[in-house]
Each structure stands twice: as structure tokens, then as C-alpha cells.
Ligand binder design. Sequence first.
Ligand code: CA
Ligand code: CA
Ligand code: CA
Ligand code: CA
Ligand code: CA
Ligand code: CA
Length: 336
Amino acid sequence: MPQPVSATVETVPVPNGGDAADDAAVWLHPTDASMSTIIGTDKQGGLAVYDLGGSQLHYYEVGNINNVDLRYNFRLGSETVTLVTASNRSTDSIGIYRVDPQTRGLMDVAAREISTSPEPYGLCMYHSPVSGTYYVITTTGEGDVRQWELSETAGGKVDATEVRSFDAGGVTEGCAADDQLGHLYIGEEDEAIWKYGAEPSSGAARTRVDAVGAGRLVADVEGLTLYYAGTGGNGYLLASSQGNDTFVVYDRAGDNGYVATFEIADGVVDRVSGTDGIDVTNAALGDLFPYGAFVAQDNTNDDGNQNFKFVPWEAIAGSGSPLLIDTGWDPRTVGR
Ligand code: CA
Ligand code: CA
Ligand code: CA
Ligand code: CA
Ligand code: CA
Ligand code: CA
């Protein structure tokens, strides 16, 4: 039986109705953790930024944004910035933004329209611990995976150059890269979670982390994310098992052994079902989430359009759970 936990905060509904909210990324504020944000996609029209209380700070009508991810400490001109990238299915391109720490808003820093064909679907980022290079990985409905190297242009913008592509089989969306161990996880929605190398030279060799139908995952495999607990490979790979409204947790290290399954049940916030994207952080986020937080898209919000739910990490990793709590390590230093 999945362990039941509850969300304590939900965001305001996304602007568009129907299946609209999809993926999220937690951004850690550089000096005040309570000012951290959740960047969430509305795949019917744009990209939103929420505070930790779930209020919408910003909304950008930039197109049908499906997935979003971010990485810290990218050198841009004289500054060190957080890069946010997103798959845009209106323009079939990769959006590239930076976070403005003053407003907590997003600024478009793409050097040009980064077109990708066929239409991009999933997206995640990788900051190589080997080279320090930043990458974007895009997936598609046809299993076409591409890896893009990000680089600063002379004009202080960011460009992307394709450096790798391979075929992962059927419909692929969710992905997550491990910036310490160099792994790239890809969800083939009705088949499996696959593990590849994340370096551009890694080729198409892969191992299966878990199979749909083997007892834990029920199609679709949707969002994937990583919980980092220190530098030794501790922590977890988390997956949304959309078909049975659960979240499956595996070890980050070794052969990704199965650890636990949980569900987000009714509490002060309505239950979570049919989840697409997820994200998690081990970092303390102030009074509301002093042990970090897990973020999940909710397919059916009881009081409006779809939205995102926030669960305190200690509700998932608390007493009786095999999961660790580790706020003692700064995830912004990953990949360096
Ligand atoms: Ca959906
Ligand atoms: Ca994401
Ligand atoms: Ca999907
Ligand atoms: Ca999705
Ligand atoms: Ca719900
Ligand atoms: Ca609600």
C-alpha cells in the first residue's frame, strides 16, 4: 500500500482550463530561502511563477509550455545566473530564460529561436560534473531524444547547439539528469524508466530502472526528478506513476533499488491524481517547508483549473519512512 501523505499548500489554478498544468521546477532564492519560487507550466498557454504560499507572482503568455527545468551558476556576462529552459509546443522550440532575483520573474535570454523538430515534449537539464558544461535534453512523442549544449553568445544571450540524438523507443516525456553521477533518466511512458549516460559522448546504451507493469509503475510513467542528499550519491530518483496516482521512489546510487511508494491524499488541500510533472528539493525553504518540499501537478483540482500541490518533505520522509531528510547540503552546488 502506498504511504499516504498530504499537501499543505496548493497554487492558484493555472489560467487555462482542461489538461493545462504540467511540470514544475523549484528555484532557490540566493539569500532568503522563504523567497524561493515554483516555476510551473501551463501547456495551453504559458509559464507561471508562484511563491511558496501558492500565489502567482508572474505569468508569461509565451506559448504552450510543456516541461520546465533549471540550473544555477551559469556565467552570463559579468553575472552568475539561474538558467530556466522550457519546451514550447506552440513554436516547436526551446525557451531559455534567466531568473531575476529582484522580481523573481523570468527574462528571455535566448540568442534566437531554438527550433527543434519534431515537436518537443519533455525537457530536462544537465550540468556536467566532468566539463562544467550546461545541457538541455528534449524528448518527443516519437522517442526522439536530443541533447543541446548551452553557451553564452557575444551579445550576452544564450544559444543551444545540438550535440547528441538517439531513439529511446515509444512516447518519451519525463526526464531528469543526475549532475553528480552523470546519469540521464528517461521515462518511456507505457514501457519503463530508462537510465542512460548524460554526457554527449554516452551513446544510446541503457539499463532499465523499472518496467511498467512490474508491480510499481502504472502507465504513464510521467515526471521524473532527483532528491540530492549530500555528495556521496545518497538520495532518490522519484517518478510519477500516473495510472495509479502514486509516486515511486528509487535509490539514486547503484542499481536504483526500489525504496518506497507514496500517494498524496486529501488533507487541508485536495488529493493529487493523474500527475504529470514533479520536482523536489532537499533545501530548507523557510517556515513553510523547513525540510524541503515535493511539488506535484494535480490533474483534478477541487476548486478550479488544474494546479500544483506542495508537500513538506518531512511528511514523505518522516517517521516510519525509509527515506532520508538532508537539508545540510546546498543543491545549487551540484555539477560543479
Ligand atoms: Ca495531464
Ligand atoms: Ca521539470
Ligand atoms: Ca505524457
Ligand atoms: Ca506531461
Ligand atoms: Ca485533486
Ligand atoms: Ca484545490
